[in-house]
Design a protein around this ligand. Structure first.
Ligand code: ATP
Length: 268
């Protein structure tokens, strides 16, 4: 059906162990999101508001999507990954219908995490707004989120954006995206963790010089690091093919990859 067409095929669940670095934000998410989600009655007893959404922001490729997926995994929730551009439809009323169907699907399969990527494509202040969105779609989205008419219990709503300054304040009111978390570019410790995660299941020589890579990637995003590891893997594959036996990734492969891969995070 149409909801399944909007959604990417389900992927195996992740946990926070699959996300390198970002310890502080993982802790915030545990305390402020996962626990209230798992123990709503306890939090209600202490007059803590349930519901509402969390907005993740930061430079591209630094783990917002990964974190959202891992948050769902940590909650044992179904993960729905929705790019706003997938909802937009040229036919009048269709975008609103698709959006409603997505929320309904999530409400029927709780616990569920609804993750809206590129939120600025929908939630932009007027001067930033793009073609294809309408005031009607915006108010539909806010109504679904507010959950006046419907029950959003067990549905956690996450949004992500690279341009938080472009988000209309109406989206940030209580009960909407009222919690905002910055997902920073990885520091040296995080880069080492990310590299280890990326490389752990690939053939590699012992004592790979990850320290060298960490030292020379200060402006790299997690996605850039993934690019480095992919490029190093390509070299090892090429060598394997040439010599007819499996050649593991070497420190030289990684150093070679560093000459090719340029960081993208700085553009933010
Ligand atoms: P965008 O704003 O472009 O949507 P994003 O912040 O959502 O980016 P992700 O899609 O989560 O970024 O990350 C892209 C890829 O980079 C991941 O699939 C993963 O391979 C790698 N990556 C980024 N950050 C991390 C991290 N903290 N730990 C492990 N891998 C990471």
């Amino acid at each position: 059906n149409e909801v399944d067409r909007v959604l990417a095929p389900p992927q195996p669940p992740l946990t926070f162990a699959d996300v390198g670095g970002l310890e502080e934000i993982k802790q915030q998410i545990r305390k402020r999101i996962i626990l209230p989600f798992q123990k709503p009655s306890l939090f209600e007893r202490f007059k803590k508001k349930a519901g509402g959404g969390i907005l993740l922001y930061g430079p591209p490729g630094c783990g917002k999507t990964l974190l959202a997926r891992a948050t769902a995994g940590e909650c044992g929730a179904t993960f729905y990954n929705i790019a706003i551009s997938d909802i937009l439809d040229m036919y009048i009323g269709e975008s609103e219908r698709k959006l409603h169907a997505l929320f309904e699907k999530a409400r029927q399969t709780t616990p569920a995490v609804l993750f809206f990527d590129e939120l600025e494509a929908l939630a932009a202040k007027r001067q930033f707004s793009r073609e294809g969105t309408s005031a009607k779609l915006v108010s539909q989205f806010l109504a679904e989120m507010d959950g006046f008419a419907q029950n959003n219990a067990g549905v956690l709503i996450l949004g992500a954006t690279n341009t938080p300054w472009a988000i209309d304040p109406a989206f940030r009111r209580p009960g909407r995206f009222d919690r905002v978390l910055f997902v920073p570019p990885p520091d040296a410790v995080a880069r080492e963790e990310i590299l280890k995660l990326l490389i752990k299941d690939r053939p590699q020589e012992s004592n790979l010089d990850l320290g060298f890579v960490v030292k020379h990637t200060s402006a790299f995003s997690g996605a850039d690091l993934a690019n480095v590891v992919e490029t190093a893997s390509d070299s090892a594959i090429e060598r394997s093919l040439a010599q007819g036996t499996e050649a593991p990734i070497t420190s030289a492969d990684l150093k070679g990859a560093l000459k090719e891969v340029k960081p993208t995070a700085l553009e933010w």
